[in-house]
Design a binder for this molecule. Structure first.
Ligand SMILES: NC(=O)c1ccc[n+]([C@@H]2O[C@H](COP(=O)([O-])OP(=O)(O)OC[C@H]3O[C@@H](n4cnc5c(N)ncnc54)[C@H](O)[C@@H]3O)[C@@H](O)[C@H]2O)c1
Length: 335
């Protein structure tokens, strides 16, 4: 199949492209290589992908184009030039805290950009759009584990609000134009080649350098940390599971629309997470305990029964194993 992966220079996109090529698909990756975090890391991922294609004979199957999904004309032109059997939409302005500093980046990439992707899919009658949502849509929900049947009407960051609005807009396009869409609520993804703005990355850097780490909510936060390979396996399996038109219990609207959680289904405390980094680095962390930050949620915990039922898979990598792989990669990069 011909597949579009948006955000292909990003952490999850980079691994998704490799998995799709290994399965024999043709892939076009797009990304605007913005400088939200170190552009060298995005470039390094792109260079790795090029080498990966040459070494494995995929050079004819993969192409990268620099495109800003928020640019309406450029996106309309792009969708005129290339046709896709599937669209995997991962490009977004990520990060909860940055949405307090720079809300416009979220509106541009996550709202305008998302509509441009939907419009491209409408034009082409794409057979399945799979897009990244986020566990942050659950906000400060207290019922656990978080289920896709729960209400998610109370976002506590603009980032979460844009992800929830993606789900709403996807439903509209599924209903009006019969475009099958699947939203994936990812739960804190980590691993080699990961994002420098995330805590595990900066903790590792600081612990290795003997610097103090800021531990919010005194280490009592819980996260359903999900290893990158598990996320990619979920994305690729879901891509082949095209939702059929259906009604939910509470609406008479018909739409080929689905939402899944992809999380480890096993929340762990920040404390255990830091211990995992300490043992992988063989160094003790110097902690600065602090209160909770605005926009942060105390706990995330995924109910993945739907995912298991439909695609026969649930993430299972233990945090100690995943963190060890991250730290090994980090050490090689920073030798
Ligand atoms: N990593 C996580 O823990 C996590 C958790 C929940 C949801 N998500 C979602 O998963 C998706 C992928 O996340 P990631 O961790 O790989 O993040 P990432 O920032 O590494 O990747 C996103 C990529 O999208 C690109 N991008 C952003 N705006 C763009 C634009 N306007 N035009 C073109 N490209 C643009 C960026 O340059 C980046 O390379 C995002 O939608 C994110 O919101 C990630």
């Amino acid at each position: 199949m011909k597949i579009l992966v948006t955000g292909s220079a990003g952490f999850i996109g980079f691994f998704t492209v490799q998995a799709l090529l290994k399965q024999g698909h043709q892939v076009i990756g797009i990304d605007n290589l913005n400088d939200y975090y170190d552009v060298n890391l995005k470039q390094a991922r792109l260079e790795f992908l090029e080498r990966f294609c040459v070494e494995n004979g995929y050079d004819e199957e993969y192409r990268f184009l620099k495109v800003n999904i928020a640019d309406r004309e450029a996106m309309a032109e792009f969708f005129k030039q290339y046709e896709f059997d599937r669209v995997i939409h991962l490009a977004a302005q990520a990060g909860v805290r940055y949405s307090i500093e720079n809300p416009n980046a979220y509106v541009d990439s996550n709202v305008v950009g998302f509509v441009n992707v939907l419009e491209g899919c409408r034009q082409q009658k794409t057979a399945h759009l799979v897009y990244a949502s986020s566990s942050s849509v659950y906000g400060m929900n207290t019922k656990i584990p978080f289920s896709t049947d729960d209400r998610v009407d109370f976002p506590i960051s603009l980032y979460a609000a844009t992800k929830k609005s993606n789900e709403l807009m996807a439903h509209t396009y599924s209903h009006l134009y019969n475009i099958p869409t699947t939203g994936l609520r990812f739960f804190t993804v980590y691993g080699p080649w990961g994002r420098p703005d995330m805590a595990y990355f900066s903790f590792t850097k600081k612990i290795l350098n003997g610097e103090t780490i800021d531990v919010f909510n005194h280490g009592q936060m819980e996260r359903d940390f999900t290893y990158i390979d598990d996320i990619v396996e979920g994305v690729v399996r879901v891509m082949d599971y095209v939702p059929q038109s259906q009604q939910t219990e509470i609406t008479s609207a018909q739409a080929p629309y689905k939402i899944y959680n992809i999380g480890n289904n096993q929340p762990i405390t920040l404390e255990r997470f830091i211990n995992a980094i300490e043992s992988a680095t063989d160094k003790k962390a110097v902690r600065n305990n602090l209160p909770m930050q605005p926009g942060d949620v105390p706990r995330t915990y995924a109910d993945v029964s739907d995912l298991m039922e439909d695609v026969g898979f649930k993430p299972s990598t233990e945090i100690e194993e995943g963190i060890q792989k991250f730290v090994d990669w980090y050490r090689i990069q920073n030798q």
